[in-house]
Design a protein. Structure first.
Length: 379
């Protein structure tokens, strides 16, 4: 069967965008369907649309919202590459940046020049994201001068505001009730901070695990990745996502392992020198048990929030002097902006670029009953 799809880049991720009406009518078939079209499980994803990397094995499912003052409902799916698993627990901030442009181009939201504001309800986290998208001649403007680390060239800026993002997955700012906890790994006790803002992250101090915090993705050994996953798995159990023995299989995407260190000079993946004075911390994230090539947007949001919280690992390492936080990651430096009203953090804003790469059809290996087919029969 053939199904309409759009492939888009959003920030430093790439994903398949589907209207919910073109999803299987039985929600129990969604996992199998997404694994089918992405070509999983297979390390190469040779028989599907996946790109054999966790950053390119993502899906956005979109529908016009029935919620008052909300334009779009958006469901994110992280499709495992090597396992028979689709994870719906958290959101992807980079893919979120393409939701507004997709909705406008698909006619789900009227194009308003020069800026179209799209209010997005993320069903995974039950949180609202506000996208501000440049529009020109009735279409999303793709060309522009804004560049983001990890993406070649420049594009039109897309402003994303994550509002009231605390407790996105667990319902709690601190899933364990504590700003700092101790996990007892095979290497000994390790201090961690588990924070849930936009997505749950488990933070560790680089020096506590024998790292500098400036390592590039290729510098992480398999032994070190195994050690990091052990800590993440224990944090997943503390979040009540899965037991530590089953966390890699049942909850591979959240919480996300995040390594924090004080500002330090380093050479990024493009060969550019990054200076300590240009950042407020260095950050290295894991994505599906592998080093992230850049920085997840939800990770940047959570890290920014954590820097303003008391008694966390971040508050000890990140010396925030202003409302703009500069995060040094493997591909460069990302800036986030915090909106504070009456001393309270109300929103965290980031800037991304996005574009449509392909619009067409994907062919499934088996037949499914689709929502659109049901609607057609009813009509």
């Amino acid at each position: 069967m053939r199904v309409p799809v759009v492939v888009m880049r959003g920030g430093t991720s790439k994903g398949v965008f589907l209207k919910e009406e073109n999803m299987p009518s039985d929600r129990l078939d969604w996992d199998e369907f997404l694994l089918d079209i992405m070509g999983s499980p297979d390390s190469r994803q040779i028989d599907g649309l996946g790109g054999a990397n966790s950053l390119t094995s993502k899906v956005a499912i979109i529908k016009k919202s029935d919620i008052q003052d909300i334009d779009i409902d958006y469901t994110f799916a992280q499709v495992s590459i090597e396992n028979q698993l689709v994870d719906f627990k958290g959101n992807c901030g980079n893919i979120s940046s393409a939701v507004g442009p997709y909705a406008i181009e698909q006619g789900l939201v009227p194009a308003v020049e020069p800026i179209t504001t799209v209010r997005i309800f993320n069903t995974n986290t039950q949180k609202v994201i506000i996208a501000e998208v440049e529009v020109e001649n009735g279409h999303v403007k793709t060309e522009g001068l804004y560049s983001i680390p990890g993406v070649p060239g420049t594009g039109s800026p897309i402003y994303l505001s994550f509002t009231n993002a605390e407790g996105a997955v667990t319902g709690k700012l601190f899933p364990t009730g504590n700003p700092t906890d101790v996990v007892h790994s095979s290497k000994g006790p390790i201090n961690v901070s588990i924070v849930d803002v936009a997505n749950p992250l488990v933070f560790v101090n680089a020096q506590d695990i024998g790292l500098k915090g400036t390592e590039l993705p290729h510098e992480f050994t398999q032994e070190k990745l195994k050690e990091l996953e052990e800590i993440r798995a224990m944090a997943a159990e503390m979040c009540q996502f899965a037991s530590k023995e089953e966390a890699t299989r049942k909850s591979p995407a959240v919480p996300k392992m995040t390594i924090i260190a004080a500002p330090r000079d380093y050479i990024d993946v493009t060969g550019m020198e990054r200076k300590a004075e240009d950042m407020d911390c260095t950050i290295r994230m894991m994505s599906m048990q592998k080093p992230h090539q850049a920085l997840a947007i939800t990770g940047a949001i959570c890290t920014t929030a954590g820097a303003f919280l008391k008694d966390t690992i971040l508050s000890d390492l990140v010396n925030v002097k202003q409302e703009v936080v500069r995060l040094g990651h493997p591909a460069g430096i990302m800036e986030t902006k915090v909106d504070i009203i009456a001393g309270n953090m109300t929103a965290i804003k980031v800037v991304r670029t996005a574009r449509i790469i392909l619009e067409g059809y994907v062919y499934t290996k088996k037949n499914y009953q689709f929502i659109s087919a049901m609607n057609y029969k009813l009509a």
